[in-house]
Design a binder for this molecule. Structure first.
Ligand code: SF4
Ligand code: ZN
Length: 343
């Protein structure tokens, strides 16, 4: 019986001993070939989509976590290697989550020096007069990520506007994208399904275009890259667990990946090939201005103001009631706010 020879050298350079099996392709490669292939794939994504232009100022949504830290590191490396001529700035959001965001922001502060980039931090406290800790104390842990997601999106926008920047890059990776495709498919949300695979999105409720240069990078490779390069990142999970539906979609994608590693990229490619009927595309909302805060919105009132309305009503009720029943006013106001949102 023929024996399979043991691979003792990197399958790419045929020189160095292999240091890892590449999660995306199964190739056994050395560290330097891994860096090279990982960075080159990001560069090819950037070039093939004309993502940046010379002289552009771009904000990197920086949380201190592995994705955005790898993104900042790789963009700095590629900007220097290929002379993109782009100025990158770190932009962070302080949601006000004790024991999580306060620690991760310390990492971003160090990244600022390590990558020689300016850093801007915007906070929920300054923008909305609420922290996530206070929001969770008011509404409980059920819809907290909905609030956090709506506020973060607008906070990043406002940070960009403050900096005079109209392009924000985020660290969304291939696993995130596959999960989102699956979630939109399962919810029958066809207009989001159409948009969620695009590398650049420019909503009607935002003056800032958003892009995802790591959309084809596997999470496992991002972790390996950060580990081998010894990048300084923060790995603790948020104290408030992510919503159950996304968690389930994540588990499905991870299970599929374990059986068939190409499943992640296959889901993305399938999502990219969906062609929506014209009538679905025509349902896209028109841009207008929020009647309460004046910010861009696709509705009369922006999503952040709808949610703030419910929160502030709860706060006022708790303060005014002589015998407060904190759960009841909060729950009613919160569910009214959520009902008014058109996700
Ligand atoms: Fe915000 Fe939820 Fe993420 Fe925590 S897990 S940072 S609450 S979106
Ligand atoms: Zn508003």
């Amino acid at each position: 019986m023929a024996t399979v020879p043991l691979v003792r050298v990197c399958e790419r350079c045929l020189n160095e001993p292999p240091a890892l099996r590449r999660p995306k392709t199964g190739e056994k490669i050395c560290k330097s070939c891994f860096y090279d292939v990982f960075e080159t794939e990001v560069h090819e994504t950037i070039v093939s989509t004309n993502l940046f232009h010379r002289g552009e100022k771009v904000a990197i949504g920086a949380s201190g976590g592995k994705d955005s830290t790898v993104l900042a590191h790789v963009l700095k490396t590629l900007n220097e290697r290929y002379d993109y001529g782009v100025e990158f700035v770190l932009l962070s959001v302080d949601e006000g989550i004790t024991g999580y965001r306060d620690d991760s922001l310390e990492t971003v502060e160090r990244n600022k020096d390590q990558y020689e980039m300016n850093l801007e931090i915007v906070s929920y406290r300054d923008l909305y007069n609420w922290t996530m800790d206070e929001i969770v104390a008011t509404i409980g842990k059920k819809n907290n990520c909905t609030y956090c997601g709506v506020f973060r999106r607008q906070a990043l926008d406002r940070g960009c506007v403050k900096l005079g920047i109209s392009h924000l890059v985020t660290g969304h990776n291939a696993d995130d994208m596959a999960e989102t495709i699956l979630m939109n498919l399962l919810r029958g949300d066809t207009s989001r399904l159409d948009r969620c695979t695009e590398i650049v999105t420019a909503g009607t409720d935002s003056p800032v275009k958003r892009s995802k240069p790591l959309k084809y990078c596997y999470e496992k490779e991002i972790v390996l890259y950060a580990h081998f390069k010894q990048l300084d990142y923060f790995s603790t999970e948020c104290t408030y667990s992510p919503e159950a539906f996304r968690g389930t979609a994540r588990a499905i994608i991870k299970n599929l990946e374990a059986i068939r590693p190409s499943a992640i990229i296959d889901v993305i490619h399938s999502g990219e090939q969906f062609v929506l009927q014209k009538k679905t595309k025509n349902r896209m909302p028109k841009a207008r201005t929020c009647t309460q805060c004046g910010y861009l919105s696709s509705n009369e009132t922006c999503k952040a103001c709808v949610l703030l309305g419910g929160l502030n009503a709860s706060r006022a009720k708790i303060v005014l009631d002589t015998e407060p029943a904190p759960d009841q006013p909060s729950a009613a106001a919160i569910s009214r706010s959520l009902e008014r949102l058109s996700f």
